[in-house]
Design a protein around this ligand. Structure first.
Ligand code: 5AD
Ligand code: SF4
Length: 503
């Protein structure tokens, strides 16, 4: 009897320990609540839109850290750049001042990207440098946010090997930054607050825009496409559209403040509205934004699958919608496109490409291409080169496939040696560069409208972008940054044009 009792107690103890161990790992660590990323939850797609709430900050936090400085480093895409405008504004609200010198700061925040291995390496490289600083500056606070924060492998690594990182905050609860910073400073404990399920959409976040003439405007968050190579549907969650009222209000305010250009942002802007179920689509939004009469409208990024004829008609109809579309193709091989889960063939892409070229006068089309996807052979790669020869893109971002933990492609056998992938990338780059130059040369002698973005070191030298999104270095007298001026194109290079103000 006694033996049985002891046996039962041992068993009970074992199970209790398991349960407690589970809780310790996922909920408590050194007495601090941890909210860790979870890909199973991140993969779930609900069929409902979240509530919209207004950004709120405890008044006692405003200005609390006056005299302290922060250093913010941003990796990745425009979405991250725009998030950093929010992060920066929240820290300014706390009383911090921004510094460009991380060694001179009291808080270092890395807004990270997960898209490829090298983005990870860059952030971890920076953390390495920060470690040395932390050894001499004990009160320094170090935080990680952005897409890497949503990855379990990253957070596990931070908990294990980067104990000097004070906090990790995810992409869905960026607005909690003031509280997590305050807690980190006051407790000195390591905090992880990452939600893998989407939270309410937050409006009226503080924003410190990088310029006074062009602005990013979020229209849709997350992505439901699940391309097999891509980590974004996990790190950014389900597709959630912002209500048009908020978008248009923001744009009208920008016009009032003198802004000339807006870029509508989303992982896939074409899917805008699909989750709102009110029949209002991206083409409707394009029309309404164009009707605000803002001078320039751009949008990124477009998935070819969702590109409707109505959208093309809107771009063609409104002169303030810039004739410039970023249309990632990823591969020219229909077999690889299928493995990538892109849901279009090479022929579908070419048909859409042709339609855009035929209907929108002077349209410039750029793209993204991945080489070395698992199973890509020379024949597939030649298909990509042949597509480039047909499309003659105005710009292209080219990448070697990078295996991302948790994605479907991660399980595919990847037998292409890295040397071969590098050689393919080189061949591809040589070809795309040839067409960049060829397209740029066609503009020589023409007058292009350029939004002036900056002044070069040399007197009377400026730079800016054409309607087709081409960089122009030009000369002129007393040109104002933020104005739109006619520039005569005098010379063409592979990645830029040279010109002079016309008239
Ligand atoms: N490896 C390489 N490139 C990738 N991209 C997205 N995921 C990966 C990956 N795992 C590229 C795609 C996308 C762009 C933003 O980054 O081309 O369009
Ligand atoms: Fe990088 Fe994608 Fe996240 Fe942008 S959304 S930061 S590209 S992983």
């Amino acid at each position: 009897m006694e033996k049985r009792l002891i046996y039962s107690l041992v068993l009970l103890n074992f199970f209790c320990c398991k349960i407690i161990a589970f809780d310790v790992k996922y909920i408590w660590k050194w007495g601090v609540v941890m909210k860790l990323p979870d890909y199973t939850k991140a993969k779930m797609r609900k069929d409902k839109n979240e509530n919209v709430i207004s950004y709120n900050i405890d008044k006692s936090l405003i200005g609390k850290y006056k005299g302290k400085k922060f250093f913010l480093k941003t990796y990745g895409c425009q979405m991250n750049e725009h998030d950093s405008e929010n992060l920066c504004a929240m820290l300014l609200e706390l009383g911090f001042k921004q510094t460009d010198n991380y060694e001179d700061s009291d808080l270092i925040l890395l807004n990270t990207c997960s898209i490829r291995e090298n983005a990870h390496n860059k952030a971890f490289g920076m953390l390495g440098r920060v470690k040395h600083l932390k050894e001499t500056k004990k009160d320094l606070i170090v935080g990680i946010c952005g897409c890497m924060a949503q990855e379990k492998v990253v957070v596990d690594k931070i908990l294990d090997k980067y104990k000097y990182v004070n906090f990790v905050i995810g992409t869905h609860n960026m607005d909690h930054l003031p509280y997590i910073v305050d807690k980190a400073i006051n407790t000195g404990l390591q905090e992880v607050e990452v939600y893998s399920e989407e939270l309410d959409l937050v409006e009226d976040m503080p924003l410190k825009r990088d310029t006074t003439y062009k602005a990013y405007v979020n229209i849709i968050y997350g992505c439901d496409k699940f391309c097999t190579y891509c980590i974004v549907p996990f790190t950014r969650g389900r597709q959630r559209s912002r209500k048009k009222e908020y978008i248009l209000k923001e744009i009208n305010k920008l016009i009032k403040d003198g802004y000339k250009e807006v870029t509508l942002l989303g992982q896939n802007v074409n899917a805008y509205g699909k989750d709102l179920y009110d029949g209002y689509s991206f083409s409707d939004l394009l029309r309404d934004v164009a009707e605000t009469k803002i001078e320039r409208i751009r949008f990124v990024t477009s998935h070819p699958w969702d590109f409707t004829d109505e959208m093309i008609d809107m771009i063609a109809k409104y002169p303030n919608i810039m004739p410039s579309v970023h249309l990632p193709v990823q591969s020219g091989s229909s077999r690889i496109l299928k493995l990538m889960g892109r849901r279009y063939t090479k022929e579908d892409y070419l048909e859409l490409f042709k339609k855009l070229k035929d209907k929108v006068k002077n349209i410039a089309i750029s793209t993204d291409i991945i080489v070395g996807f698992p199973g890509e052979d020379e024949e597939d790669f030649l298909e990509t080169l042949s597509l480039v020869n047909e499309c003659k893109f105005d710009n292209a971002f080219t990448f070697i496939y990078s295996k991302r933990e948790g994605t479907a492609a991660c399980k595919l056998l990847d037998e292409v040696p890295i040397e071969e992938k590098e050689e393919r990338l080189q061949r591809l780059n040589n070809l795309v560069n040839k067409y960049f130059l060829e397209n740029n040369k066609k503009l020589v002698g023409k007058v292009e409208k350029v939004l002036v973005e900056g002044i070069s070191k040399k007197k009377n030298h400026y730079f800016g972008y054409t309607e087709g999104n081409k960089l122009v270095n030009f000369t002129g007298n007393d040109v104002e940054v933020g104005s739109i001026v006619p520039v005569k194109i005098m010379d063409a290079k592979t990645w830029s044009l040279d010109g002079e103000v016309d008239g």
